[in-house]
Design a protein around this ligand. Structure first.
Ligand code: LLP
Length: 415
C-alpha cells in the first residue's frame, strides 16, 4: 500500500503526510508515484492475454506530473479536449497512443489532433463524423474513427455518472448504429477502425461490462456482414474503487470476466480507466480550522472546501477522512466536516466519528481522481498545490495559486 501508518502517522510511501503538510501547507493534494504505477501496471498485466493499450482517462487527473509518470510506463491517454491533448504532449505522452472522446470536438481540436497523429477519434454523432471528415479532407489526411455506441445497459451507479442508457446524451443509439457506420464508411476523409463504449463510472460489479461487451460483439458481427471490418474495440473506463465498503472487481477480475469474449473477437483492445488508476493514488490534506459544536450538530470547519473537492457536494460521494497523526482515543464525537464557503452543500463529510482539535491535519482518502481537476476558485479561494511523492522524495507538481494569479486575466474599466 502506498498510504500507510508508520509509527501511527500516515505516510505517502516513505514520507510523513504531517511533514508534507508542514512544508507545503494545506489544502494540499498528495499523490504517490508507486501507487499510480501499480494501478496502471495492474491493468496492463491483466490484459496481457491480448494486444491492448491502456489509455488513462486524463479527465480523472490531468496534472502533468501524474501524466508523465504514466507516460514513462508506456501509457496511452483518453482525452476529451484540445487542452488535454496539449497536456499529454507537455507530459511526454505519445500522441499515437491517444484516443479522443467527447461529444463536441471543435474543428480546431480535430485539426490539432490530426496534425499530431492520434490513434483514434471516438465519435458520437453524424454531425461529428461530417465535421471530422471535412477537416481531414482539408488537411489531406484520413482520420481514424471509432463510433461510441450506446449499448443501453444500466451501469447501476450514480445517475450523474451513468452514461450507457438510451436516455443519456452519450453515444450513437443502438438502433442507428448500422446506418451511422455506413455513413462513416462513405466519407473519404475517414478511416473506420473501431467501436467503443463507456457505460458509466464507479462500477462495482463486472456484469454491466460483460452485458455491454455482448451487445457490442453482436454489432461487430453485424457490421462484418455489411462489409465493415474493424481493427479495435475500446471498452471504455468505469471500473470502480473502494471509497468505503465497496468491493469492486480488481483489474485482473475485470479482465478475466471479459477475456473469453475478447479472445474470440481477436481485435486490439483499448481501455480508458481513470478512477481505478488515480483515485487511491492521491489524498487531499486539510487542516481543522475551528470547531463549532452546537446543540444539533458538531461542525468542524476545515480549510478545504467544495471548491477543492466537489464530489461529496455534487454526488453525495462518501470519502474516507482520517487524521494524519495517530488517531486519539479520547473525546471522539460525530463531526460534520465543512468548508467555509457560503453554501449549505459545502461539506466533505458528515457524521464522522473523530476526535478533533484545532490544527489537526486530516487526509481525505481516494482524492486522486476527480479531485483537483474539478476544483475551482469559488469564493476567491486559490486552488491547492499538488505534490508527488516518490519513495522518500517529494516534488511539487503544481504550485499553490496566489491571489494575484486569480485576477491576473481580469481588468478594471478604463478611467
Ligand atoms: N472514458 C470516457 C469516455 C469517460 O467519459 C470517462 C469518465 C472515462 C473514460 C473514465 O471513467 P473512470 O474509469 O474514471 O470511471 N466526476 C465523476 C466521474 C465522471 C466520469 C466521467 N467520465 C466523479 O467524481 O465520480
Amino acid at each position: 500500500m502506498s498510504f500507510e501508518r508508520i509509527a501511527g502517522v500516515l505516510h505517502a510511501e516513505q514520507v510523513s503526510l504531517a511533514e508534507i503538510a508542514k512544508a507545503h501547507g494545506t489544502p494540499l493534494y498528495v499523490y504517490s508515484r508507486a501507487a499510480l504505477e501499480r494501478h496502471y501496471t495492474a491493468f496492463d498485466e491483466a490484459f496481457a492475454f491480448i494486444d491492448h493499450q491502456v489509455c488513462f482517462a486524463v479527465k480523472a487527473n490531468s496534472n502533468i506530473g501524474v501524466l508523465n509518470v504514466l507516460a514513462r510506463l508506456g501509457a496511452g491517454f483518453d482525452i476529451v479536449s484540445g487542452g488535454e491533448l496539449a497536456r499529454v504532449l507537455a507530459a511526454g505522452g505519445n500522441p499515437a497512443k491517444v484516443v479522443f472522446s467527447g461529444l463536441g470536438k471543435t474543428e480546431a481540436e480535430i485539426e490539432q489532433a490530426l496534425k499530431v497523429g492520434i490513434a483514434c477519434f471516438n465519435v458520437e454523432s453524424y454531425a461529428e463524423l461530417a465535421r471530422i471528415d471535412r477537416v481531414a479532407q482539408r488537411l489531406g489526411v484520413k482520420a481514424p474513427v471509432s463510433l461510441r455506441v450506446n449499448p443501453d445497459v444500466d451501469a447501476q451507479t450514480h445517475p450523474y455518472i451513468s452514461t450507457g442508457l438510451k436516455e443519456n446524451k452519450f453515444g450513437v443509439p443502438s438502433d442507428t448504429v448500422y446506418d451511422t457506420y455506413q455513413y462513416a464508411a462513405s466519407l473519404q476523409g475517414l478511416d473506420v477502425v473501431g467501436i467503443d463504449c463507456h457505460i458509466g463510472s464507479q462500477l462495482t460489479t463486472t456484469q454491466p461490462f460483460v452485458d455491454a461487451l455482448d451487445k457490442i460483439i453482436q454489432m461487430i458481427e453485424q457490421l462484418k456482414a455489411q462489409g465493415i471490418h474493424l481493427k479495435h474495440i475500446d471498452i471504455g473506463g468505469g471500473l470502480g474503487v473502494r471509497y468505503n465498503d465497496e468491493t469492486p472487481p480488481t483489474p485482473a477480475e475485470y479482465a478475466k470476466s471479459l477475456q473469453p469474449a475478447l479472445s474470440k473477437l481477436g481485435l486490439k483492445v483499448y481501455m480508458e480507466p481513470g478512477r481505478a488508476i488515480s483515485a487511491n493514488a492521491g489524498v487531499l490534506l486539510t487542516t481543522v480550522d475551528l470547531l463549532k459544536p452546537t446543540a444539533h450538530r458538531n461542525f468542524a470547519v476545515i480549510d478545504a472546501a467544495m471548491n477543492d473537492l466537489i464530489r461529496p457536494s455534487l454526488y453525495q460521494a462518501w470519502m474516507n477522512i482520517v487524521p494524519v497523526a495517530a488517531p486519539r482515543e479520547q473525546d471522539s464525537k460525530q463531526w460534520d466536516l465543512v468548508g467555509s464557503i457560503c453554501e449549505t452543500g459545502d461539506f466533505l463529510g458528515k457524521e464522522r466519528e473523530l476526535s478533533l482539535q484545532e490544527g489537526d491535519v486530516l487526509a481525505v482518502m481516494g482524492a486522486g481522481a476527480y479531485g483537483f481537476v474539478m476544483s475551482s476558485n469559488y469564493n476567491t479561494r486559490p486552488r491547492a498545490a499538488e505534490i508527488m511523492v516518490d519513495g522518500s522524495n517529494m516534488h511539487v507538481v503544481r504550485q499553490r495559486e496566489t491571489l494575484q494569479d486569480l485576477w491576473q486575466l481580469e481588468s478594471c474599466l478604463p478611467e
